[in-house]
Design a protein around this ligand. Sequence first.
Ligand SMILES: Nc1ncnc2c1ncn2[C@@H]1O[C@H](COP(=O)(O)OP(=O)(O)OP(=O)(O)O)[C@@H](O)[C@H]1O
Ligand SMILES: [Mg+2]
Length: 265
Amino acid sequence: MSLLEVEGFTKRFGGLVAVDSVDLTVGQGEIVGLIGPNGAGKSTLFSMIAGDQRPTSGRMVFAGRDVTGWPPHRAAAAGVGRTFQLMRGFPTMTVRENVRAAAHLRHRSRSAASQAADAVIGELGLDDVADRLASTLTAASRKQLEVARALATEPRILLLDEVLSGLTPTESRRSVETILGLHRRGLTIVMVEHVLEVIMGLCERVVVLHQGAKLSEGPPSAVVSDPAVVEAYLGSGRFAAEDSGTSGGGPSSGASNSTVGARGE
Ligand SMILES: Nc1ncnc2c1ncn2[C@@H]1O[C@H](COP(=O)(O)OP(=O)(O)OP(=O)(O)O)[C@@H](O)[C@H]1O
Ligand SMILES: [Mg+2]
């Protein structure tokens, strides 16, 4: 059964069509990768699904209900959780307070919200930094806090927007383990990621966006050998040239952290 059905989602910013008639269906329990060059419309698509941006046109059904155009708090209450590319938490609050604030979506009492927050903090390995101000965290912990805040809303679908970018290979491996653990316990996940090895290793299905439109979709191995994808995204040297310090190149580069099309944050 599909949990999420997006039909013809389009977002215009003035003359720019950031997302162009995208259809996306995600089944209950699936883990789907969303890839594409910088500016392809990935984050904007997430924003429309999570209610942070209203679609210019299109329709979305979530868990059998038409939730098109719902504001973010209603989408979250319906079960859509997302992370932001840059931390959106409260910098002057501690990690625990940030996660507890998110947990209040489901738990009215302070003690119940605290308990739920502590469970998420434990699951993500944030115990050591739980009492630190969010503003003092390392890049890796900030990303984990974004995931923790989303998880604390007890989502049915989790939209992860580049939660591995800027992490060291060790931190990245740990995060991949966390994502795999969430998937194994039944959470439905859509993840945006520029490191193709991660997408290839984690995702059952990949959707490629290019200039706002869906370019390709299918099992990871089929998508990375799709000539349209190779031409638009993988094969072009200009993405490797823009790469933020890793070897870049493409899916066959063999580098442990090859990044395609990623702009440094
Ligand atoms: N609020 C906005 N106002 C105007 N233009 C926007 C806005 N948000 C995004 N855009 C534009 O829409 C296009 C898609 O942006 P989006 O952030 O969705 O891309 P992306 O695929 O997430 O890219 P990246 O990989 O760099 O994160 C880009 O051209 C971007 O400049
Ligand atoms: Mg983005």
